[in-house]
Design a protein around this ligand. Structure first.
Ligand code: G
Ligand code: G
Ligand code: MN
Ligand code: NA
Length: 254
């Protein structure tokens, strides 16, 4: 309960901030987008990672308010960068199952798109396959509405849950993110390479795009480039950085 109080206070005191991790085009090395990742700067100036407060925010329902702030802040940043840097950057935002299932989620997104003026084609919402297991039927209409608004939908952490081909077949997904547990040992483990290659082929045959996460070495980069993975994300390119850090990376253009 102590943490819950602190979390409420943090919301009132605006102690949250967004950090950003670039996603690069594997062919050119150019940054095509960023993933927004929330952090909590507590009153002592300490940076708290989402793993330490998102679960509680979900349990208490606070994620709905926090998630709205995250979405609005990310969209506003995208619009600012367009004005300041003259380029559109794809903004990917993680969406919790609790948010997606809250009534009115699609309307909330529509309102934030309208209020911030973001081109919805440059907003991507990341959902995880684990949130689909029990609620495929209720989630699908929400995703359909989000696509009508024009936002992109990414299936995050692919391969870690119950990766059902049904999701790819039935849901209006635009991009798939291969989890880092598959790219970690790409150099050493032949089976991982085979699986990743097959996922990329399948995704391309479905006319979707694919991002590989957790790229930390040049060797992983080379293999994924050879396998024609569209986009890459990982510490090799950059760790999550704050607003100033990402603006610097975007200015350099790579
Ligand atoms: O940034 P980090 O690696 O600590 O993120 C850990 C987890 O927290 C990841 O699974 C990520 O998806 C999740 N996460 C990070 N930022 C957000 C956010 O803004 N909203 C939600 N719902 N989850 C987030
Ligand atoms: O679950 P989700 O994919 O949203 O989690 C994203 C998190 O994965 C980010 O917070 C980021 O810190 C982490 N991540 C991304 N790339 C790498 C990487 O190359 N290595 C490691 N260890 N973590 C990464
Ligand atoms: Mn993600
Ligand atoms: Na992921």
């Amino acid at each position: 309960a102590a943490l819950e109080e602190k979390l409420k206070q943090a919301m009132a005191w605006r102690e949250f901030e967004l950090h950003y991790m670039p996603q690069i085009e594997s062919g050119t090395g150019v940054i095509r987008g960023v993933e927004a990742l929330v952090r909590w700067r507590d009153s002592d100036g300490q940076l708290i990672q989402p793993g330490d407060f998102i679960p509680l925010a979900e349990e208490t329902g606070m994620i709905v308010t926090l998630g709205e702030w995250i979405l609005r802040t990310a969209c506003q940043a995208q619009v600012n960068w367009k004005q300041q840097l003259g380029r559109d950057v794809l903004m990917s935002v993680n969406i919790s199952a609790v948010q997606l299932k809250a009534r009115d989620f699609a309307n909330t997104v529509r309102r934030i798109v309208w209020e911030t003026g973001i081109d919805p084609a440059y907003l991507e919402l990341e959902i995880t396959e684990s949130m689909l297991i029990e609620s495929m039927d209720s989630v699908k209409p929400v995703l359909d509405r989000l696509r009508e608004i024009g936002v992109q939908i990414a299936l995050d952490d692919f391969g870690t849950g119950y990766s059902s081909l049904n999701y790819l077949r039935l849901l209006p997904i635009t991009q798939l993110k291969i989890d880092k547990s598959f790219t970690n040992r790409l150099e050493e483990v032949e089976a991982d390479r085979t699986i990743v290659e097959s996922i990329i082929d399948l995704v391309h045959k479905l006319n979707l795009r694919v991002v590989a996460e957790g790229i930390e070495t040049e060797a992983q980069y080379r293999i994924l480039h050879e396998l024609q993975c569209d986009f890459l994300q990982g510490y090799l390119f950059s760790r999550p950085v704050d607003e100033e850090g990402i603006q610097n990376l975007l200015r350099v253009g790579r």
